[in-house]
Design a protein around this ligand. Structure first.
Ligand SMILES: C[S@@+](CC[C@H](N)C(=O)[O-])C[C@H]1O[C@@H](n2cnc3c(N)ncnc32)[C@H](O)[C@@H]1O
Length: 311
């Protein structure tokens, strides 16, 4: 169930439970139901309400103040390097899709005369973005079905977003980006640089972390693509001239940061995750990423994969 749907059902169920259980509201008569039936219905609505509220709160992007730049150790200089390769000109229509708290959007806003749009399916994230960006339009929407006309944008950016949707939907995502781009428009994508040898290692660690943090949606949906998969899927969607850029940008993930942010300080979870990582490493070198083992922290340093594709 999607975060927003579960939130809505949760609130409605809790309101209905109050209606059914309150003698003052119903006088114990709704549609000739007996008092026992009313109480039973009230309790059922209460339990459904609790369950849906619980599911809603399990979606980290809806409630946690998750700061990806901090979690991923990405600097403002890195963000600027990414935005700079887009060759943005005055008057262009630019979309920061899956914008989160708008790190990319904030850098784009500095460019004179751009028409900036931000979209994300989590209202909470957009509300955070609205606090720091003044000159933009904001849309709460799925990246798989965006509320924009065909051929609307000159540039679409997605940073650390594509891997949030299941593998089966990733070509669909690229097709949706293609649809909203103008002919010759550019799609700028930023994700982890993974290969056949380290994809499973990385995916297993992140899934273990998501499961332990209680992020059921992320645990089920996330798929971290290899570089070859990124290329093949963007091409399959209909883009041409797909190019990769080495901007010397690295994600640094760390069990210490995951503990602070995703485990909300629960050190036992950090230790468990650290043990899991050490088991996965099993004394081998992990090709394509650096594993830094420090006292009380394990860091994974992984290059960012930056691509530009033309419609
Ligand atoms: C890892 S965060 C990255 C945010 C931001 N681009 C950054 O780099 O800091 C992924 C974002 O994608 C959003 N998201 C996940 N699935 C989505 C979907 N199907 N449609 C739109 N946004 C989605 C989440 O709400 C979250 O804000």
């Amino acid at each position: 169930m999607k975060g927003r749907t579960s939130g809505l059902i949760g609130i409605c169920s809790l309101i209905l439970s109050v209606v059914f259980l309150s003698r003052n509201i119903t006088g114990y008569s709704i549609a000739n139901l007996t008092q026992t039936s009313l109480n039973f219905a009230g309790i059922v609505f209460f339990l459904v309400g609790l369950l849906c509220s619980f599911i809603y709160m399990k979606s980290p992007y809806l409630l946690l103040k998750r700061d990806n730049a901090n979690l991923h150790n990405i600097s403002q200089v890195d963000i600027k390097k990414f935005v700079d390769i887009a060759d943005i000109k005055k008057g262009m229509y630019i979309l920061d899709a899956m914008c989160g708290k708008s790190e990319i959007g904030q850098e784009i806003e500095k460019i004179d005369g751009v028409k900036l749009y931000l979209s994300d399916n989590a209202k909470f994230q957009l509300d955070e973005a609205k606090k720091v960006i003044k000159n933009a339009k904001f849309f709460t929407a799925s990246v798989l079905d965006m509320p924009f006309k065909n051929n609307y944008f000159d540039r679409v950016f997605i940073k650390s977003g594509v891997y949030e949707v299941p593998k089966k939907n990733q070509v669909k995502l690229y097709k949706e980006v293609l649809r909203v781009l103008k002919p010759k428009g550019l799609f700028l994508n930023w994700t982890f640089l993974l290969n056949k040898n380290n994809q499973k290692f990385f995916q297993d660690i992140v899934r273990n972390k998501d499961k332990s943090a209680g992020f059921e949606d992320l645990f089920k949906n996330r798929y971290f693509m290899t570089k070859d998969e990124v290329y093949e899927d963007i091409k399959k969607a209909g883009f041409r001239n797909i190019k990769f850029y080495d901007l010397n940008i690295y994600y640094t993930l760390s069990t210490k940061k995951w503990c602070e942010v995703d485990f909300q300080g629960d050190k036992a979870k950090k230790v468990k995750l650290g043990n899991f990582i050490m088991e996965q490493i099993g004394g081998k070198d992990i090709i394509g990423m650096e594993v830094i083992i420090e006292k009380g922290d394990i860091k994974l340093k992984i290059p960012a994969l930056i691509s530009i594709a033309i419609k």
